[in-house]
Design a protein around this ligand. Structure first.
Ligand code: FAD
Length: 376
């Protein structure tokens, strides 16, 4: 008899949720992770009593009541509402997402009708210019944005930020990246449209600890270093690492974009007054500054801790050895991924799940929803 019913490779949200649900059904699970901590990319490190999101700011949001109840049954969530601020090339601050506050700050307009008229005036100019050049459909992201929202918002809040994110000029980026631009004709700075959002009280590590309670976990353990052994310990494997690595890169390496973080601890209780500040000018090399304490402390609570920790985010090309964050779902990579996916059909004893094994960007709630499907 094998030692475990299920070996789970990776203790990120997919692996930890899978382990939790399998354990609850009486399965003997072992979770291994090559990192020295559990939690994958939602792991937080405590610095001066502040939970620092080590792999990028994470805000949980969903409209699915089942998922919200599930995560809250593991750890209660707080009332954090994401309302980022943009620091624009013209030096001014604007509320995001684009809403009546943004339009008032941009043009001084006070009503939805005035705002819509301003947007339409600028959109029409862009459409007329395209038509004059014989262009019917936007050919690139720049044309797409100009015809959706007009030049002021594009120049101040979209152009440079997008170019920093993708490392390419907007005229060289495909239009489909922004097929829609959510525009809100109300004074509402809530970034998400979902019914529920928040941060686990005490941080994301509490969520992972709760999910993995009672389950054997081995850290600093890379599946590929003793592959034969790990394949022999359980009948079923849940693999949440990179799919190309699982198949020995036989069809080539999949590419990613990544983010480099520059973390600074400061002896000040409140650096920027908000968790998320987007820098939408090309003159500033980073895309965002995250001030972590604002995810968990509100109002005057901020001042109870004299310290703060910020992370500057630099969107970067990915090379081997860096954290693979965002899959690049272009033609080349999609074709390679499809070849790997075809191989998974023969490995029926393996569940390939999560952002690396499925080579797909998932927010946290959809990751949980994916795992639920295996336990219907
Ligand atoms: P991961 O968290 O990457 O876990 C995979 C685990 O497998 C890792 O711990 C890794 O060490 C381990 N592993 C890999 N290979 C091996 C191996 N060979 N042997 C052993 N272990 C291995 N979602 C939201 O809902 N809201 C947000 O605000 C948000 N912000 C994000 C910001 C950034 C910068 C990024 C990149 C993602 C963000 N997400 C957000 C998405 C969220 O991070 C993912 O949904 C979630 O982390 C996916 O979990 P996972 O288990 O698939 O992957």
């Amino acid at each position: 008899m094998l030692k475990y019913d299920c070996l789970i490779v990776g203790s990120g949200l997919f692996g930890a949720t899978y382990a939790h649900l399998a354990h609850a059904r009486g399965k003997k699970c072992l979770v291994i992770d090559k990192r020295s901590h559990a939690g994958g990319n939602i792991y937080c490190e405590e610095v001066e009593g502040i939970n620092v999101h080590k792999y990028g700011a994470h805000i949980f949001h969903t409209s699915d009541e089942k998922i919200w109840s599930f995560v809250n049954s593991i750890v209660p969530f707080n009332r954090y509402t994401n309302s980022p601020i943009a620091h624009a090339p013209n030096g001014k601050l604007y509320n995001l997402p684009f809403n009546m506050n943004t339009f008032h700050q941009m043009w001084g307009v006070k009503t939805p009708i005035e705002a819509q008229a301003k947007i339409d005036e600028q959109r029409c100019k862009a459409i007329e210019k395209m038509r004059a050049e014989g262009v019917i459909e936007p050919r690139n992201l720049e044309e797409q944005a100009l015809t959706l929202i007009g030049s002021d918002i594009y120049e101040q809040l979209i152009k440079d930020y997008t170019e920093k994110q993708w490392g390419r000029p907007c005229v060289d980026l495909p239009a489909f990246i922004i097929r829609r631009l959510p525009v809100r004709m109300t004074f509402d700075n809530n970034y998400f449209n979902d019914s529920y959002q928040g941060i686990p009280i005490g941080g994301y590590n509490k969520l992972i600890e709760g999910l993995l309670q009672g389950i054997e976990v081995r850290l600093d353990t890379d599946f590929f270093e003793q592959r034969n052994y790990w394949e022999s310990v359980a009948n079923q494997i849940v693999f949440t690492g990179k799919i190309d690595e699982y198949y020995g890169y036989r069809f080539g390496k999949l590419e990613y974009r990544t983010v480099r973080f520059e973390q600074v601890k400061m002896n000040t209780p409140n650096y920027q007054g908000n968790a998320v500040m987007n820098y939408t000018s090309k003159d500033v090399p980073y895309t965002r500054i995250i001030e972590h304490k604002h995810f968990e402390k509100f109002g005057m609570e901020i001042y109870e801790n004299p310290w703060t920790v910020i992370s500057k985010e630099y969107s970067t090309e990915w090379y081997d050895g860096m954290e693979p964050f965002y899959p690049v779902n272009d033609e080349r990579n999609t074709a390679i991924y499809e070849k790997y996916r075809a191989l998974t059909m023969h490995d029926t004893h393996v569940v390939f799940g999560g952002r690396l094994a499925e080579y797909k960007y998932y927010d946290m709630a959809p990751i949980i929803s994916r795992v639920f499907k295996y336990f219907k």
